[in-house]
Write a protein that binds this ligand. Structure first.
Ligand code: GLC
Length: 692
């Protein structure tokens, strides 16, 4: 049962696509204050669990911290961070009273979940203009399914997107790409996609190709396709300001860019230098920007990733001017001049010895605001108040709808793909998102680091994202920032085996991270082979989840709600209806403890290609898992299909599948052509049996 409460004048986010009539009166749970902004308060029982928030920091149970939905280009995912790239305002309180809440509000909104007071949930935002959906149900799982129904079917990628992808910021030439493909093909490590980061563009201009490095691009795309490799280019949110550049000229002429209050086009510096942001909340501008993807689809490209769409801003001219003013004031300041030599400004102003050997004492307090101002240039809240969207002829200040920008960039692409080739699926995932975007694309988890703790963060986020509709998702395997290590990459890949998006991506300047760069590369081949062997199952479970508004990853608590032990497990997940995963995420570990809520079959893919199967009783176990092994657990009485490995998804033989699991069990396999949209055909389903 879903009740919708309307406060003030909500902005139409189009997150919810089903008509839910507005309810009368007050919600059945908590109290609401609308005197100053909006505040929902609910007092929790000690044992209540709070799920949800999608791409948010910390655990699966969100209690004990404060999270802010405020799409942020945040490259340091440390535990103290309150905002990441997405804004997914759906939570479920599970306990004495169990209910779901969706705060459909497009600006910054704070979820204090037992942070200020351990027993209090407080959700607050600046304006009392929002739709609040309150969902009653039998269980958290039931509530999630109801919620998923009203937000519409999740994005379905083409089947090849379940293959393995290699990415790196820094591949510049055709030969760089050929080299990567060769590295995988010659070493028989499966690969389906190579990602093109910003260097493929001419001067980082969207919808261009570097002329020197990519002549005859359609031939190159075909050359790659002949090897069953898809090239997946990045598209950034900002359009370079440059006279004569068609995208810029058209945008300016038609007023498709976000504007300042005085009507001039707003400037933000990103990778290309000065850029304008397309006004993606404006229907006409969105259709125009989406149409630009044609530049690449016409040349054979079938998939993209959308980036920098929080939108990320390195600085604005206004911000720079403010720094200059502050610096001027600072340098003119009498106290400062008598205290410290201006030349030491760039370094931390501790005490300094001047030429004559005397010691100057710096005034920390006057330097810090300046340093703060400089550090605060990027992604500044001030800048988000400096530009406007035109929605139905009316200006709306960006900060009021900030969390919808990435969503609408991906929507622009998704709507364009419908026009370009309505019968075909395109690969699309984004960095920033809001609920609603899940209908147009997936997301990747942004700029993580080569840290062990980030494997666990990746794992815990998966079911939360699924609850909010984001099914096609995964993290940069091996870690984006910082130098990876062989063991970290192997362990992370062994989790990536199960995430719909399986991509190795790394930042420029970090250690080479392609699998063939490491010693003992047969281990990498083995782990990625396991992924390909499991694709019939993973794809089938993904499709069932998408077509039934269901979850691909579920917390154990959703499957074993009566088991007080299972309810607390956060480092094991159910995947589809048949299996449980329990990856190793600890440095130097030779295995890990697992909790089995029922008897299960422990399956270990061994490096020689064989599979070890062992029935394990309900309860706690320590399982040994070597660096080059991939574990999973099959639920009691169930079985899964297994293919032979192949170098690409298109070459998988799904006619001859073997079955793993319990004898006599049956599995309903979903399979289609992987690229079209005829999902509802009966012949897409077939029942397989594990013979005795
Ligand atoms: C951003 C993206 C990252 C990409 C880089 C360069 O940091 O998150 O994936 O490699 O920009 O385009």
């Amino acid at each position: 049962m879903i009740h919708k409460y309307v406060f003030g004048k909500p902005f139409p986010t189009e997150a919810v696509v089903t008509e839910v009539p507005a309810a009368e009166g007050e919600p059945a749970y908590g109290t609401i204050e609308t005197k100053e902004g909006f505040c929902f308060t609910y007092v929790m029982e000690d044992t209540d669990i709070v799920y949800g928030l999608g791409e948010a920091n910390r655990g699966l149970n969100k209690r004990g911290y404060c999270y802010i939905s405020d799409c942020t280009d945040e490259p340091n995912h440390t535990e103290d961070k309150r905002s990441l790239y997405g804004a997914h305002n759906f939570i479920i309180v599970s306990g004495k009273k169990t209910f779901g809440l969706f705060f459909d509000y497009p600006s910054s909104i704070t979820f204090d979940i037992g942070y200020t007071r351990m027993d209090t949930l407080k959700v607050s935002c600046g304006d009392a203009d929002l739709n609040l959906f309150v969902i009653d149900g039998d269980s958290p799982y039931d509530i999630v399914k109801q919620f998923r129904k009203i937000i519409g079917r999740s994005y379905i990628p083409p089947r090849y997107a379940f293959g393995f992808g290699q990415s790196r910021w820094g591949y510049k030439t055709k030969d760089d790409f050929r080299h990567v493909v060769k590295g995988y093909r010659e070493n028989n490590i499966p690969l389906d996609m190579v990602y093109m980061d910003i260097d493929y563009m001419q001067d980082f201009k969207d919808f261009t190709l570097n002329e020197e490095n990519f002549p005859d691009f359609p031939e190159f795309v075909q050359e790659m396709k002949n090897q069953n490799i898809r090239l997946i280019p990045i598209i950034d949110a900002g359009v370079k300001v440059e006279k004569g550049y068609d995208v810029y000229e058209e945008g300016v002429k038609n007023r498709y860019f976000c504007r300042r209050e005085d009507g001039s086009d707003f400037i933000a510096a990103v990778w290309p230098g000065d850029t304008h942001f397309p006004d993606l909340l404006n229907d006409e501008a969105r259709a125009w920007f989406g149409g630009k993807y044609r530049f690449l689809t016409d040349q054979g490209i079938e998939g993209f990733w959308n980036d920098m769409n929080e939108p990320a801003i390195f600085y604005s001219p206004e911000g720079i001017n403010e720094v200059k003013e502050m610096l001027k004031h600072f340098l003119e300041n009498e106290d400062y001049n008598s205290g410290i030599n201006a030349g030491t400004l760039a370094v931390a102003p501790t005490s300094d010895t001047n030429d004559s050997g005397e010691t100057d004492n710096a005034d920390w307090t006057s330097v810090w605001p300046l340093m703060g101002k400089i550090n605060g240039l990027a992604n500044s809240k001030e800048d988000y108040r400096r530009f406007y969207h035109m929605v139905n002829g009316k200006p709306i200040r960006h900060d009021k709808v900030h969390n919808l920008f990435g969503y609408n960039m991906t929507r622009a692409a998704g709507e364009a793909f419908e026009r370009i080739d309505p019968g075909k699926r395109f690969l699309m995932f984004s960095r920033s998102s809001y609920i609603g975007m899940h209908r147009y694309g997936g997301i990747w988890m942004g700029d993580n680091k080569s840290w062990w703790s980030h494997i666990l963060l990746n794992l815990k986020m998966l079911p939360s994202l699924n609850m909010c509709g984001f099914l096609y998702t995964g993290a940069d395997l091996g870690g984006f920032g910082a130098d990876t290590t062989r063991d970290l990459l192997l362990r992370w890949l062994a989790l990536g085996v199960f995430t719909p998006l399986m991509r190795n991506h790394a930042a420029a300047g970090t250690r080479d991270q392609e699998c063939y760069r490491f010693e003992g590369l047969e281990d990498f081949r083995h782990v990625i082979n396991v992924r390909y062997r499991l694709i019939p199952y993973l794809y089938s479970e993904y499709m069932k989840a998408a077509l039934n508004d269901d979850l691909y990853f579920r917390p154990l608590a959703f499957v074993y709600p009566e088991d007080s032990m299972a309810v607390q497990v956060e480092d094991q997940m159910m995947l589809g209806n048949e299996i449980m995963i329990a990856p190793v995420y600890t440095q130097n570990a030779r295995g890990r403890y697992v909790y089995l809520p029922e008897e299960m079959k422990f399956v270990k893919f061994l490096p020689n290609g064989s599979v070890l199967e062992e029935i394990m009783e309900k309860g706690h176990h320590y399982v040994e898992i070597a660096l080059n092994e991939v574990p999973l657990f099959i639920r009691c009485g169930k079985c899964i299909p297994l293919a032979e490995a192949a170098e690409s998804v298109d070459l998988l033989d799904t006619k001859h599948l073997s079955m793993l699991g319990y004898e006599g069990a049956e599995y309903v396999l979903y399979e289609d052509d992987g690229i079209g949209k005829e999902y509802d055909k009966e012949e897409n389903y077939r029942t397989l049996k594990k013979e005795k």
